[in-house]
Design a protein around this ligand. Structure first.
Ligand code: ASP
Ligand code: MG
Length: 420
């Protein structure tokens, strides 16, 4: 079996859905399991629904209505008009999901934000796969729709659930060796009580890897709107080039430093079973793209550029000139962990300790108050962290040019620079 993953951008409209069909027809779909994300920006839109629900906003109804309208629009574009009986059956299926969502909102008693978040946000993937599966079946591309929550079991860490590998493996083995086209949701799982959980934002790549691992799949392909893994993000760097082959290790490093093409959790399960990962273009599906597989030096090492914007550089120094030692550092890290602040670079001197962090959940102000009780806290907000893997002089100069460098750190293969 092969695993394909199509993200939200690939199914953001009817043309996208049709294109997914044409990709399958071009490359073959026998014995393929397709993992699909929510359409376009639906997950963000559902996050607004969640916010409205908790704030008891009067916008709640209209925020749901907007999402429904968006999906019905796609159905209409796929089927031409409302009188088409195929439209009606797809519409009914979608409508049922929206009724389930409204029923949940009406009856929910849980005040647990993360739990409620997962129960609501999951509709994005459920609806997108329902549309795609219906449409493909009606167009003669026969497929079975799977509810991934019957297969991927997790703990109860809502919004960032951990996979129960044993249970998941057992469930996925039941899929057997039937040669069919399966369509299922990315991002979702279920806990032992069958409540929906999610694997963390952008987690659909990881879903494909989990299933591939449990099936011992032949390979995984992530279909993207870029030709593969590039050595730089074309939004920020000119002349990005395609990496034809990279090792799991290199891919893990790139994902770790913030290259956004592959979700960082995706690589580990694949690497464990040496399942190759392809990153290919859904616009030109016959091009080879990038192959991620075993083996160290798969190609001459091109410099790779990664930038993380919107970071905070924090410098802590002791109030009384005492050294910042192991115990302070471990206490500081425990706090970062507690406040869900991700550390992306560390530098320390005798009496000061600097870190570059990402504050995804807007917790920095709270943390700052706690840290200020023990340390002198200085910080720069809105800095950028540049990482160059396999750097050379030219690469370093290119990044540093016209920027104010706040921190620079060099290791054997990697140069990191924090700039204003
Ligand atoms: N739809 C989810 C998100 O946007 C999962 C994914 O796209 O991978 O985070
Ligand atoms: Mg998405």
């Amino acid at each position: 079996m092969k695993l394909f993953k199509f993200g939200g951008a690939s199914v953001k409209d009817a043309a996208g859905v049709k294109n997914v069909k044409s990709v399958l027809e071009t490359v073959g779909y026998e014995d393929v399991l397709v993992v699909i994300s929510a359409m376009g920006k639906t997950t963000n839109a559902l996050e607004i629904v969640i916010k409205n629900y908790f704030e008891k906003s009067k916008e709640l109804k209209s925020s749901i209505q907007d999402i429904k309208k968006y999906h019905i629009e796609i159905l209409l574009d796929l089927y031409g008009d409302e009188k088409n009986p195929n439209f009606t059956s797809a519409y009914d299926a979608i409508n049922n999901h929206f009724e389930d969502l409204e029923y949940f909102l009406k009856t929910n008693k849980s005040p647990n934000y993360n739990f409620v978040y997962d129960q609501i946000v999951s509709f994005g993937e459920v609806i997108s796969t329902t549309i795609v599966s219906h449409y493909f079946n009606q167009e003669g591309l026969n497929n079975s729709w799977l509810d991934v929550r019957n297969y991927i079991k997790t703990d109860q860490t809502y919004r960032d659930a951990n996979v129960d590998w044993e249970a998941t493996q057992k469930n996925i083995s039941k899929l057997g060796k039937k040669k069919t086209l399966y369509i299922t949701q990315g991002f979702l799982g279920a806990d032992e009580n069958n409540f929906t959980t999610t694997l963390g934002r952008e987690g659909s790549d990881y879903t494909a890897a989990i299933i591939a691992y449990c099936l011992g799949a032949e390979n995984v392909t992530i279909w993207k709107d870029v030709p593969g893994v590039l050595n730089a993000d074309p939004r920020y760097f000119e002349n990005a080039i395609l990496l034809n082959q990279i090792s799991y290790r290199e891919a893990i490093e790139l994902a770790f430093y913030g290259a956004s093409v592959i979700h960082p959790k995706t690589l580990q399960p694949l690497q464990k079973k040496e399942i190759p990962l392809f990153v290919k273009s859904f616009i030109n599906p016959t091009l080879p793209g990038t192959k991620v597989s075993k083996g160290a030096d798969l190609e001459p090492k091109t410099s790779c550029f990664i930038v993380k914007k919107n970071q905070i550089l924090i410098s802590l120094s002791s109030i009384d000139f005492s050294f910042i030692m192991e115990e302070n550092i471990s206490e500081i890290f425990a706090l970062f962990h507690q406040y869900k602040i991700k550390v992306s670079l560390i530098q320390n001197t005798a009496i000061s300790f600097s870190v570059c962090v990402e504050d995804k959940f807007n917790k920095f102000n709270e943390l700052k108050a706690v840290l200020s009780k023990k340390f002198k806290v200085a910080y720069n907000e809105n800095v950028s962290l540049y990482t160059i893997r396999h750097f050379d002089q030219v690469a370093a100069e290119m990044v540093e040019k016209n920027k104010k460098v706040l921190v620079k750190q060099i290791s054997r293969e990697t140069l990191q620079i924090v700039t204003e």
